[in-house]
Design a protein around this ligand. Structure first.
Ligand SMILES: NC(=O)c1ccc[n+]([C@@H]2O[C@H](COP(=O)([O-])OP(=O)(O)OC[C@H]3O[C@@H](n4cnc5c(N)ncnc54)[C@H](O)[C@@H]3O)[C@@H](O)[C@H]2O)c1
Length: 264
């Protein structure tokens, strides 16, 4: 088709999508059942992972702790994979130890590759399953003293988006994907977090919102939803306005700042 025809067609599709999204605001969302599904959650011992395990348990899903070989032999094929385990080291870049940088990349993003390579083949063969990527607000907007953490979470968002596109291209539409992007959670992961516009949430509240999103097969889940507006403003506002918004929000957390300017 020629570009002259394709561009109006694209505009029609965009308009239709906005209208559809608007109408859907007033229609109850159809939720899938996860009863009996085998759900593997990494990092389920604490915080969000633990709260998610309780949420899935309420839906009578079969829960599995992380260990690939065991899992495959003893339980069977995982149909919901939740890559939740994460680590953080809030420090300025120059004070971040090399081993901390490596660990954040290994746990926060590389592990997603290894688990997906282990469990996606069966999901794709059956054209049925769900890959849940726990990223962060830090996968869309950045903060000082979280250079490495934000880099890993941007990578996690990219992994989710590219995998989603790949599954669509391969016509594996039965394999769903969701990306979870929360603001601060009171789990002890980050010490003393605060934000004027989006105060920290309890793991259980976040888990409830995440569960609603997973059951509705939502692709991108922001918690709280206001975070989506913040992400859009960050993308479209001029730099000075973004800086003003940053000051207004007064985002704070404990960080180790070891860098000293030796030229002073
Ligand atoms: N807490 C927050 O403010 C916040 C905000 C946005 C996103 N997140 C993300 O949510 C996820 C969960 O965070 P949380 O707040 O529940 O943290 P948490 O520290 O309370 O829980 C994380 C769990 O993962 C486990 N874990 C760490 N490395 C692991 C590994 N290699 N293998 C298996 N388990 C491992 C830990 O032992 C812990 O039980 C993380 O991916 C984090 O980046 C957290």
């Amino acid at each position: 088709m020629s570009l002259l025809l394709e561009i109006p067609l694209f505009l029609l599709i965009a308009l239709y999508s906005y209208l559809e999204a608007f109408i859907k605001l007033f229609i109850p969302v159809k939720r899938k059942s996860v009863t009996g599904e085998i759900v593997l959650i990494t990092g389920a011992g604490h915080g969000l992972g633990r709260a998610m395990a309780y949420e899935f348990a309420k839906h009578r899903s079969r829960l599995v702790l992380w260990d690939i070989n065991k899992v495959k032999e003893e339980i069977g094929d995982v149909s919901i994979l939740m890559n939740n385990a994460g680590v953080i080291a809030p420090t300025d870049l120059l004070s971040t130890e090399d081993c901390e940088i490596q660990k954040m990349f290994e746990v926060n993003i590389l592990a997603h590759y290894w688990t997906s390579k282990a469990f996606l083949p069966t999901m794709m063969r059956n054209n049925r399953g769900h890959v849940v990527t726990v990223a962060s607000a830090g996968g869309h907007i950045v903060a000082p003293f979280l250079v490495t953490y934000c880099s890993t979470k941007f990578a996690a968002v990219g992994f989710h988006k590219a995998l989603t596109q790949e599954l669509i291209t391969l016509k594996k539409n039965g394999v769903q994907t969701s990306c979870i992007c929360p603001m601060f959670i009171n789990s002890g992961f980050v010490k003393n977090p605060s934000s004027r516009l989006m105060p920290p949430l309890e793991p259980e509240e976040v888990a409830k919102k995440v569960m609603e999103g997973i059951l509705a097969n939502k692709r991108m889940i922001f918690v709280p939803p206001l975070l989506k507006v913040s992400v859009m403003l960050d993308r479209f506002l001029p730099a000075r306005a973004v800086a003003a918004l940053w000051r207004l929000n007064e985002l704070k957390f404990d960080a180790v700042v070891g860098y000293k300017d030796k030229e002073k």
